[in-house]
Design a protein. Structure first.
Ligand code: NAG
Ligand code: NAG
Ligand code: NAG
Ligand code: NAG
Length: 259
């Protein structure tokens, strides 16, 4: 009798002390785990390198180098608070240019076309909402070389007066450098005029991407063009499967408790 009382008491004490130990022991390990890493922000963003690995943007990069505009852009990225936003057409956008061939332009005009693809300010994707309210936005080409942005429920459309295109993915978007991939070469009204109407945009059929596309670009394009297709169906299927499994597990647990 007395022995069992002692046994129970000692057991209780043991439990109490072990829980007390657990309480005192756990805090130190918690305070050790969050290691604040003072991430030093990289100052220099190498535009050439970014454009070399993404895309493919070889045609645009070749123009940037042959016109030396790359130095203007890199200087803006290196040395200004304003930063830069570059709108880069893929190689396929250049190869699908038909009528207004760039080969007919003078060197100065080509330089203007390339300068036309950048804005002397860093814009995050969310900032384009503001731009759609301000109307004509100046580019590096200056003067009449302006672009109009419209935010169509999260998808950014760009009008150059001659061509209408849209942002299809973000290659880089960290202040002070933003690089966005666009569907078409931006042709300035100031060079190509307004005579040729910018085709009434048959929106439902986006340009079929060539097989050599990078997987990131493809996923971005498919996301923006078909938001409500198979992914929704498969995810809801997963959720119901999970629910069934969870119920089964809970049921089994309940039976075990009853036993
Ligand atoms: C930028 O990257 C390019 C391509 O990788 C390289 O050739 C060039 O030397 C780099 N420039 C600087 C200043 O690091
Ligand atoms: C930009 O900065 C890098 C690294 O400091 C430097 O090598 C490069 O020459 C600079 N380029 C321009 C155009 O300022
Ligand atoms: C966008 O508009 C908001 C509110 O009007 C303003 O605070 C913000 O600075 C604007 N951003 C840009 C990039 O103009
Ligand atoms: C841009 O918008 C302004 C004001 O709405 C308009 O006058 C101009 O024609 C537009 N320009 C282009 C290139 O779409």
């Amino acid at each position: 009798m007395e022995f069992s009382m002692i046994f129970i008491l000692s057991n209780t004490l043991l439990l109490l002390s072990s829980s007390a130990f657990a309480k005192t022991a756990s805090p130190p390990s918690l305070s050790l785990s969050p290691t604040p890493a003072p991430a030093p922000a990289p100052d220099f963003v190498n535009l050439t390198e970014l454009l070399t690995v993404a895309g493919p943007f070889h045609t645009f990069l070749n123009y940037l180098e042959s016109t030396k505009v790359i130095e203007t852009f890199q200087n803006q990225a290196n040395n200004t608070e304003e930063g830069i936003t570059i709108l880069v057409p893929k190689d396929s956008a250049f190869s699908s240019l038909k009528k207004p061939s760039l080969s007919k332009l003078t060197d100065d005009q080509i330089k203007q076309v390339i300068l036309f693809h950048a804005l002397p300010h860093f814009y995050s994707l969310a900032d384009f909402k503001n731009l759609s309210e301000t109307g004509s936005t100046p580019t590096f080409a200056g003067g009449d070389y302006t672009l109009n942005f419209t935010d169509d429920s999260g998808s950014v459309h760009i009008s150059s007066g001659w061509s209408i295109t849209k942002v299809t993915s973000a290659v880089h978007s960290t202040d002070p450098v933003a690089i966005y991939q666009v569907d078409k070469v931006l042709l300035p009204e100031a060079i190509f005029g307004t005579d040729i109407p910018p085709a009434p945009a048959p929106a439902p059929t986006p340009d079929i991407a060539p097989a050599a596309d990078s997987p990131t670009a493809q996923s971005a394009e498919s996301k923006s063009s078909s938001p409500s297709s198979t992914p929704d169906g498969s995810s809801s299927y997963k959720i119901t499967t999970f629910g069934v499994l969870a119920n089964l597990a809970l049921g089994t647990f309940g039976v075990m408790l009853l036993l």
